[in-house]
Design a binder for this molecule. Sequence first.
Ligand code: SAH
Ligand code: SF4
Length: 360
Amino acid sequence: MHPFPSSPPSSLYHLGFAAIESELRAAEVSAHHAKALWRALYFHDELEPASQFSPPLRRWLESAVGEGKRFFLDVPEVVAESNSSDLLTRKYLLRLRDGHCVETVLMGYDGRYTACVSTQVGCAMGCVFCATGQMGFVRHLRAGEIIAQVLHARRVLRATQPQRCLRNLVLMGMGEPLHNYAAVMQALEVIASVRGINIGPSKISISTVGVVPGILRMAAESRPYRLAVSLHGSTEDERAALVPAGKPWGLGELIEACRTYGRLTGRRIFIEWTLVAGCNDSLETAARLAELLRGIDVHINLIPLNPTSGFGGVPSTAGHAFQRVLRAAGFPCTFRQRRGIDVTAGCGQLQAAKRLAEVK
Ligand code: SAH
Ligand code: SF4
């Protein structure tokens, strides 16, 4: 008998390894079967055929997993898909069980494949140029829903490029990962585990708009992932015009948090900078940015603005001059390829495009 017979059904992916062990123990199945189940879930991605499992585990799966039972396998439904013309970027709008949708992208370049997943439905941070920000916050994703997106991307890769492996993950889809800290970290443990999905922690990037307590917590907890900070402004005013969420944590506080993170972890930070003409692309801004970041080990990624329907700003044409100032000041600084702008690859844009198509 399970101790909590009336708890609502849950995704099997919400359970970490220890939780699977204790579920099995509670059902009087030896916990050493957890390894076989874990391998089936995250390596083979297949619970069929049941004959791959020992009889006690098979009996537990029959009684506990499936529609109307304690656990379900969370395989989101693809409601829209858009591929770049070279098929190297594939973007999916996935429907979660409660009907909300999130975006997941599989990107391939130089033979390396990267999944880009969402961490929330919508986002509370309201960055003015971002399609997800324009949508507002709906809810946090649960750990299993983040894992399910990575599995979806890997399934697509296995089906289309069976000789390739999914080796990289970026948390740059919809939502602010450090606003959903616990679920994100729980999901990443499964994703990074060699017994789980096995994407190395140094190949996982968390991109944050600058949630200072989350950055400091990652450092204090020695989380082994890469950190990217979306800065976008070199003064309080410049940043606040693009990132209203910057207000609770001033620019000075954010830069201090980056400095502390670098000192405690010894790791390089990636600074993300979306260039918007006339807002944050002047040579003075570049010089101020260089001053702000002095002494911190950073790599600056310049991102060309992807126009969105809710924002009147236009892409900068001054990006190369901006880059030259930062390079001259000694910072590694590159342009992030916006792969497949033809697939509405900007954050939140597939969702926005679908909504537009629906109302037309
Ligand atoms: N919330 C996190 C991660 C998701 S957004 C963050 O803000 O970092 C991932 C990146 O895409 C961020 O650097 C964000 O600034 C950028 N971005 C979002 N919408 C964009 C757009 N329309 N054009 C260019 N960059 C955009
Ligand atoms: Fe949220 Fe990131 Fe979009 Fe800002 S850029 S609204 S933090 S998802």
